[in-house]
Design a protein around this ligand. Structure first.
Ligand code: ATP
Ligand code: MG
Ligand code: MG
Ligand code: MG
Length: 579
């Protein structure tokens, strides 16, 4: 590709609503353009990255024996009513009507349609196992679309669905997919962890999430550095026995003794196992005199056990919150607890605090506001995003250190992750609801055992950037880069030698199958380098008159601190050796 024929559009500044690095950098690098909330155009530069993700996913899915098809984005409600999801799914499901007033949905996934296909097409055990997949547009009316492609409303997912004769065979299909996922994420060159997730009714180890490790991730992962144990927070918490709820609720009114309380005291007070008191939120209420002057602050430490989302609590969903509550300042927290915001190690309370802990977020909200009607669906943990000094992962390590792992092999640690993939055994949930059967050897109808497997195709580049960027821009792993190599000629318009050498190298790399871009825009070197560093091309070759006179070109990897001189004659092989 030549830059003059492509579309390069970079920005110096990111829009104000871009909170995380990946969102900022994708906007600045001209990869995406916002059309509406959670709705983006994938610009040419971004689309190249997405296509690379798709290609690797497609290759590994095909290799694993899955079969590609494409199901509709707009799906008739009848199928969804049959499976029960039309009524059960909340507002995340986008429901629409056609001109005849018939109901439709925009697919958030496609279990219904694929099960409908299976019940028509799969008749005999001889046709099993089968695994169908698609790489398709999804829509979820997310409660809080944010972070650009990370949590869009319209996004691309690879979703696969396996059909098997019995649970053992379904487990084998699941393991096959889990292995394919490991191959895929290995090829992306990202640091990730496969963690146990809750598999609902099926239980066991039949659900795993693939989490790209990044401090800005919305999920908390609990893992054991000394063993293979790794789970998401929900799963890890589910393992701990639930505290007696009435005791926890009653404890709301109690106050621990100032100066003496530790986490263990708090846990005992609340009647919950220590291991479960691992989420907190510190709020403050202002003490205001009659004239409205702020006279002081009352600090509230909330220990939560379910999912929670601090921004949500802070912003709007809890009626009355705006009237008095705010997040405590660092100084206030230090004054009361002798620690940083979000710290959850042993507490040494300096002043009386009220405590609350309960799995039911509504109870918490109720308690905060005294209101009975609360729209309070809290999903995704969001530790202290609004608090200063949010180095919470390190803090959390202090908390869990000392807590046993479920496998008895060491202490637990916590890190943050971005869910990029999810594999799941579904069992017969959909096949029973939709009467999808096959005939066994004896000619008897049996329900199909299903599994489903998703990868966030458009979330993945965002996750990759969260993990790989610096102050200059994105640093793509080779496998994901929009272009693998950029050739930057200096003064191409002035120097015929530079022009000839640049075009020759470009052609040579193309012939070697390298995804190379020649920057023939005639930009000044500084601007040209800044663009490609922002865009994140992993390998750069600079061709200048001066270098050519010495028979040298300059190579610089995106992570290298300085360029390397390479003999012009051997440059193509040198580059090929880097890839
Ligand atoms: P999350 O917990 O982040 O909301 P999920 O568990 O709801 O994700 P799944 O139903 O498991 O998502 O979908 C499979 C994959 O699709 C996820 O692992 C994720 O990579 C991707 N995905 C889900 N929601 C979004 C979204 N709003 N934007 C981009 N990708 C998404
Ligand atoms: Mg979700
Ligand atoms: Mg999830
Ligand atoms: Mg999931």
């Amino acid at each position: 590709m030549k830059a003059s024929r492509f579309f390069v559009s970079t920005l110096k500044e990111a829009p104000a609503d871009a909170e995380v690095a990946s969102h900022r950098l994708m906007m600045r690098a001209g990869m995406i353009k916002k059309v509406g909330t959670g709705i983006y155009t994938y610009m040419p530069m971004g689309l190249r990255v997405i296509r690379k993700v798709e290609a690797i996913v497609r290759e590994e899915m095909d290799r694993a024996g899955a079969i590609e098809m494409t199901m509709p984005v707009v799906q008739p409600a009848e199928l969804w009513q049959e499976a029960g999801r039309f009524d059960k799914m909340g507002p995340e499901l986008l429901r629409i009507k056609d001109r005849h007033d018939r109901d439709f949905v925009i697919q958030p996934t496609s279990e219904e349609v694929v099960t409908d296909i299976a019940r028509q097409e799969i008749r005999s055990y001889k046709q099993l196992p089968k695994n169908f997949y698609q790489i398709q547009t999804k829509f979820r009316d997310e409660r809080r679309p944010r972070f650009g492609l990370m949590r869009g409303r319209e996004f691309t997912m690879k979703d696969a669905y396996s059909f098997d004769r019995d649970l053992d065979a379904a487990k084998a299909s699941y393991q096959n997919m889990a292995q394919a996922y490991r191959n895929i994420f290995d090829r992306f060159g990202l640091r990730y962890r496969a963690v146990a997730a809750d598999s609902g009714a099926i239980g066991g180890d039949l659900s795993e999430e693939f989490q790209v490790i990044a401090a800005t991730g919305e999920d908390a992962i609990v893992y054991c550095p000394d063993s293979t144990y790794a789970a998401n927070m929900e799963k890890a918490e589910a393992l701990a026995p639930a505290g007696p709820r009435p005791a926890a609720v009653n404890a709301l009114e109690k106050t621990p003794t100032p100066g003496k309380s530790t986490c263990a005291d708090v846990a005992e007070l609340l009647g919950v196992p220590l291991a479960t008191t691992i989420k907190s939120l510190v709020l403050a209420t202002d003490i205001v005199d009659d004239a409205g002057n702020i006279k002081g602050a009352q600090i509230w430490l909330l220990l939560l056990r379910g999912d929670h989302d601090m921004n949500e609590i802070k912003v709007s969903k809890v009626p009355g919150l705006d009237k008095g509550f705010r997040f405590a300042t660092t100084a206030e927290i230090d004054e009361h607890f002798g620690c940083k915001p979000g710290y959850l190690g042993p507490l040494n309370l300096k002043k009386p605090v009220k405590l609350v802990a309960d799995r039911e977020a509504a109870v918490l909200a109720d308690w905060i506001t005294g209101a009975n009607e609360v729209d309070f669906h809290m999903t995704g943990v969001n530790w202290g995003r609004d608090l200063p000094e949010p180095d919470l992962v390190a803090d959390l390590r202090n908390v869990v250190a000392g807590d046993a792992s479920p496998d008895g092999k060491g202490v637990l640690a916590i890190e943050r992750g971005i869910e990029v993939g999810h594999v799941f055994v579904l069992g017969t949930k959909y096949s029973k609801a939709m009467n999808a059967t096959y005939l066994d050897e004896g000619g008897k109808p049996q329900f199909l055992e299903m599994g489903c497997y998703g990868i966030g195709i458009t979330r993945l580049p965002a996750a990759a950037i969260e993990q790989n960027h610096d102050e200059r821009g994105i640093i793509w792993p080779d496998a994901l880069a929009p272009f693998t190599v950029v050739v930057c000629p200096i003064g191409m318009d002035r120097s015929p030698e530079v022009k000839v050498a640049a075009e020759a190298l470009y052609e040579e790399l193309l012939a070697k199958g390298v995804d190379v871009l020649l920057d023939d825009r005639g930009e000044r070197p500084g601007a040209m380098f800044a663009d490609w560093e922002l865009i994140g091309v992993p390998h750069r070759v600079v061709i200048s008159d001066r270098g050519l006179k010495e028979g040298q070109l300059e190579y610089q990897g995106r992570r290298d601190t300085a360029a390397t001189k390479v003999p012009a004659a051997g440059i193509a092989d040198f580059i090929a050796g880097k890839l």
